[in-house]
Each structure stands twice: as structure tokens, then as C-alpha cells.
Design a protein around this ligand. Sequence first.
Ligand code: SF4
Length: 457
Amino acid sequence: MAGQLPDNVWGNASMGEIRVFLGRCDAYEPDMILPILRRGLEAIGWDRPFTGRITVKPNGVMAHHVHARSCYTRPEFLRAVARLLRSAYPSEGAGSPGPGPQRPDVRLVEKCGVGQSTARVMLRAGWTVLRGEGMRLVAAEEAPKVKVRLTTGVVHQEVTVARDMVDRDLLVFTPKLKSNVLSHGMTAALKLNVGTLDDRERMYRHHYDLDDKIVDMLEIARPDLILTDAIEIGVGGNQMTEPGFSLGAVVVADNPLAHDMVTSQILGLDPLGIGHIKRAVQRGYGPAHPDEVTVVGDTTIAELRSKTAHLNLGFMRVDQFPSPIRVVSGTPYCTGGCQGVLLDWLHMLRDRKPEYMKRLKAFTIVVGEVEEDVGRPAVLIGDCAAKSPKLASRGLPCIRGCPPTHRSIILGLALTRFVVGPLIRPDLVFDSYFHRPLRLAWARRHGRPASWEDTRR
Ligand code: SF4
């Protein structure tokens, strides 16, 4: 049922073109968002019914009422998505459910940031209201798993994911548009895929191979539809703690690569300068160039870019970050690994504790393998730094990993240099070190193992 473009949709899209819809929306009101999503579907020529098993994958890397307020897909947006998917599109009115027997099984599946409890993040994000909209909430680490073999994987030959990610008739991504220093400045549809992996596999080769790792996941989790919350975007700092900025937009697309080519331009980034977009193009996920994407809707890339032009995305070399901490960066330079995770940590500190950061006592952090002696006090971050010939035998504190997780860097720098990061709080410590292990133990005991259950392909 493709369609007739609504009167207020500009553009000259024709059938067969890859279209991305940009809608205007200034408020987190489900009743306002729903008709915009509907118009978006018409504008891109969406013609599939919403039936069967529908998996919705949001962005829920973290949520916290003080420290992580703008990094997750908002519940109001997801309420509109739930109503869209549960209604008989397009004949029924906003919010009206379709007839009972045909209602799809809609489940929201997420795995939050490494070491945290997804169940707690769902609660903190306010997603529990979605049960009232007929959505099941699935915390991936507690759910039954399947191991899936990849035939085109460059980094992964097989991955373990929640069964609900692969047993589906339709996969809908609902990202939050954000800046992210670990992925060349942006998180949108393609990068959301990393959130389908469990902690161990998520960190596997999360270094200079991150771009291929992201693209690998398209083989099993290529979204059929992308509905993006860009009403308020997260921008300019750490991927969890960065502040929000009111962009006032909703994005609808059915091709994740085309989607990311458009959203990267909104943020002022060159789409083909972003590693994972470039690799997705090279690996044939098309379109090959942003010129092949037709933008339709009631706003434009140029108009949205005029709003973001003054924003600093925070994407820079880690050794150029201004702070009392001297960073010495060696080889390799891993945007998605040690250098990126450290840059993210520096942003985290500045996002939430700027005055505290200015008062820090000077010390040196080494990332990557370096040739020189850096003196003391110094902390080595990552396995490559630990191999530095003039530092390896100096007895310097070292936070190991390739790369180390955010959590180990936060803890390691707190223990070695007494730097108290903003995420060291009793409620978050409870979530990570008590709630999460208890939930996982409960899931194992009740037959929902945290390991895989069967193998696909
Ligand atoms: S240890 Fe760090 S710098 Fe070395 S390869 Fe791994 S992520 Fe990159």
C-alpha cells in the first residue's frame, strides 16, 4: 500500500528510490508522534503488515534520572511505536488496537551497557509503561539464547543473541540519535546492532575492528524498519552522560545505511567518513552514496543541520582532550577501543563534574604502546600500553583489557588515582553488583540460562 505522499511531504521520490522521511515533532506526546510515524511510513512506501512476531530494539545503553537522562529512547516515543505496531495500519485511528486475533506479538528486546542490569535500566527509563501498550519487555541477558552462525562475518563467525531477536517476522529499530566518540561521532541505526550482543561478545575485538563488527551484525539483525527518536538528541559528551539538545525531529526509514547517511549529515558529519557506514557500503549493504537517498518529509537535512551547526560532538583525538590529565597515545589508535573508551570516560567526568575535573591532580595516562618513558605518576590503560618496552617493568598500575570496559576504567582510576567518577553512586553500584547477579542467578535457576540454548544455521 504504498503511497500517495501526504500534502505536506516535500520531495520528488518515485517508486524504487531509497527514501528517508524526516518529520517535525517538538514534544514527547505519543498522540503527536503517532500520526507523524504514520505519515513517515506512507512517505517511504512501507507496504508490509504489522502481524506476527515483532521485535523492537530500542537504545537503552543506560538510564538514570541524574546522570544519564538523554541517552535512551524515550518511553513516550516507544508508546507511539507500540500503538503503531498494534493497530491495523493504516485504516484505524490513532491508538486504536487492531482486532484481537490479528494482534501481533510485540516485544521490546534490549541489552544495556556492559556490566549493568537491563531490567533496572528498563525501569529507570520508564519503559515499564509499555506493558500497558501490549509490549513484552525482554532483558536479553536473562532471556533464552540462540547461537547463530554468520556466513559473512569478518569479526564474528557466530554470535549469541536473545531468541526473540531472531525468532521474528519483523525487526524494528527505534534508536535515539546521539553523538558517540567511539564510532566516529555518531550512534544511529547501524551501531544499535552492537546492543544485541552479550557482554563478552560485545567487547570482543571492540577495537580497530569495531566498524566490521557493527556491519557483521547486519546479517542477523538488519532492521526492516527504523523509527528514530530525534526529538531530543544526546550530543557532545559521553554516550551515557551527555546532555540533551532539542532537535525536534522523527526519522522513518527502511534501510539502516540510508538512515545513517541522512542522520550523519544532520550532525554535520561526512557519511562516508564514518567507518561503519563506509564498511557497510563496501560490503554491499547499499546505497553506495548519500546521493542515492531521497529525503522526504516536512523538514530537511539543511534545516535540521542549521539547528545543530553550533554543537560540538566531542569527537577528537584523546590526547587533545583539555584536562589536568596528560594522555599519551601510542599505537594502534583504536577509536572503538582504548583511546575511544578513555575519551568517553574523560567526557563523562566533564559532563557531570566539570569543576571537580578542573581540580584533579595532574597525572599521566598511557593508551596504546608507546616508545618513551612517561614518568610518574602514570596509569597504563589497555593491553597494548602494558607492552610498552620502557614502561612494562616499572610497576605502574595497569587497567588490562582489549579494550578495558568503561566499568573497569571507572573502578581502576578510582582505586589507583582516587578519581571518583559520576557513576560511582550507591544506586548504580547496587544495580551492577547486587541486582544484576541476583537476576541472572534467578534466570538460571528458572530455566532461562544466560548461556545459549540451541544453534541456528
Ligand atoms: S589493547 Fe587497546 S590499543 Fe591495543 S588493540 Fe586493544 S583496544 Fe586497541
